[in-house]
Design a protein around this ligand. Structure first.
Ligand code: GLN
Length: 491
């Protein structure tokens, strides 16, 4: 049975190394937990047979004294957005319900090469569009955390299944994707670490595309060290993705030195939104105090175009989505509905295959790209995106990192914010600017709300400076001493 020495990547690495248990034993424990927690609906596809096979292979490697990967024998969960060879990959959509990719995404291949064991594919908002994991064709995911009122809460989105799985102890770690906040916001809602690397750090090849200029894969883990270990295996330069960047991949774990003395932390004044709740303000201030006590220097900075970030995102992301999703036409992939003509077949397929939120984004996207409105919306949004990037570049001349809240609230009940898309979009207000600028950022569980729910703080670093992000993340984690497991935690 699972115990405390098995619940993080760091601990499992030690346990396996010291032969306290085998990968097969570890994997079996996690499979049991995955199966006994189906009520959370965190997984779309469970792959116990693959997991057991890979665990056995890892044990054989270890027994033989063969070279081991950095995640050898460690069971993880994969967001169902990453193509996995021979294993259904749905992106949370009916249109891909029966799609079985004949290839493996680069990121999951890298993890496989590092010896990681895949437990299954996690539930997600359809095509990664959402902030509450309520748009999945396969039903909503439940957060393992509950408020004092005991209502079912959303896990955040779109990587809600990956976040819920790690938080509930159903996987040692998981991967998600982040386009505007989909790793960081669910991490905050579920009390785990969620990290979005610099755009281009991880290959997008084989990852179902939502908005190509923003999508980025990243780790979702119990600790900052775990995130560093996992990113190490995920990151690579990949000729198959033209936006993958050839840059040195440092040893991320070595960055966890705890030494942040004399480094400058930017506190963007525009993030102090009107109506920001008192508990989020206090949490943010506590974060500033922790970093100050550790020797860093807080500096108020200005990112003047912050207020345009959300509207810019909700033009750029749907525009790219409308183009990316054009490929689902009933001919090449997944679902096909019949029709009297080719056009009717397209219409029927797309009408039946896509859910409401995806259809809304396609409509917005095609509208802002249409001949009459392209200049008024899309081109203007692209100009604003440049201004937002320049704000960061300017501010990073005088600071090493920035600190903000991750989300404006804790997890909310699944019945809330459902009929107002704008309310739902507000969840991303703190995460979207870093996405538009392609910057690395991380959410660290930092405290509990008045209702006893997890709240995250958010660090943003310079491009390809994940090391500073991990260094500060480690300090924050230690200071926050967030040791909360949800009530239904498997251990
Ligand atoms: N919630 C945002 C959206 O719906 C972000 C999604 C994401 O990062 N994939 O677009």
């Amino acid at each position: 049975m699972l115990n405390k020495d098995m619940d993080t990547i760091t601990a499992a690495r030690e346990g396996l190394k010291n032969r306290e248990y085998s990968s097969l034993e570890l994997t079996k424990s996690y499979i049991e937990l995955m199966e006994s927690n189906r009520h959370l609906n965190a997984f779309i596809t469970e792959t116990p047979d693959i997991a057991l096979k890979r665990a056995e292979e890892s044990d054989v490697r270890r027994a033989k004294g063969a070279e081991l990967g950095s995640m050898d024998g460690i069971p993880i969960a994969i967001k169902d957005l990453f193509c996995t060879e021979g294993v259904g990959t749905t992106a949370g959509s009916r249109i891909l319900e029966n799609f079985i990719p004949p290839y493996e995404s680069t990121v999951t291949q890298n993890l496989r090469n590092a010896g990681a064991v895949m437990l299954g594919k996690t539930n997600m908002d359809e095509f990664a569009m959402g902030s509450a994991n309520v748009t999945s064709y396969f039903g909503p995911v439940k957060n393992a955390w509950r408020s004092s009122g005991q209502k079912d809460l959303v896990p955040g989105g779109s990587s809600g299944g990956s976040a819920a799985a790690v938080s509930a102890g159903l996987a040692v770690g998981s991967i998600g994707s982040d386009t505007g906040g989909s790793i960081r916001q669910p991490a905050s809602f579920c009390g785990i670490v969620g990290m979005k690397p610099t755009y281009g750090r991880c290959s997008r090849w084989g990852m179902v595309a939502f908005a190509s200029s923003l999508d980025q894969a990243g780790p979702m883990t119990k600790s900052v060290r775990d995130a560093a270990i996992m990113l190490q295996s995920m990151a690579s330069f990949d000729l198959k993705d033209s936006t993958s960047v050839k840059s040195v991949i440092p040893n991320f774990e070595l960055a966890l030195t705890s030494n942040i003395k004399g480094l400058r932390v930017g506190i963007p004044k525009e993030y102090r939104l009107d109506g920001l709740s008192e508990e989020i303000k206090q949490l943010w201030q506590r974060g500033v105090d922790w970093l100050t006590q550790a020797g860093a220097i807080p500096v108020e900075i200005s990112l003047p175009h912050t207020k345009y970030a959300l509207p810019t995102y909700y033009i750029v992301a749907p525009a790219e989505a409308s183009s990316n999703l054009a490929r689902y036409d009933g001919v090449r992939y997944g679902l096909r509905e019949t029709g009297q003509s080719l056009d009717e077949m397209y219409e029927n397929t797309r009408g039946a295959g896509f859910g409401e939120e995806v259809r809304r984004r396609i409509m917005i996207g095609t509208y802002v790209l249409s001949a009459g409105y392209y200049d008024a919306y899309y081109v203007k949004a692209m100009k604003l995106r440049t201004l937002i990037l320049q704000d960061f570049q300017e501010a990073f001349k005088s600071v090493d990192i920035m600190l903000t809240p991750t989300a404006p609230s804790a997890a909310f009940a699944s019945s809330e914010k459902m009929d107002d898309p704008i309310q739902m979009y507000m969840n991303d207000v703190f995460t979207v600017p870093a996405s538009l600028a392609g910057l690395p950022a991380m959410s660290i569980p930092s405290g509990l709300s008045d209702e006893g729910l997890p709240l995250g703080l958010h660090l943003i670093a310079k491009p390809f400076d994940e090391e500073t992000l991990f260094r500060f993340g480690g300090v924050m984690e230690e200071a926050a001493d967030f040791n909360g497991n949800p009530p239904c935690f498997g251990i």
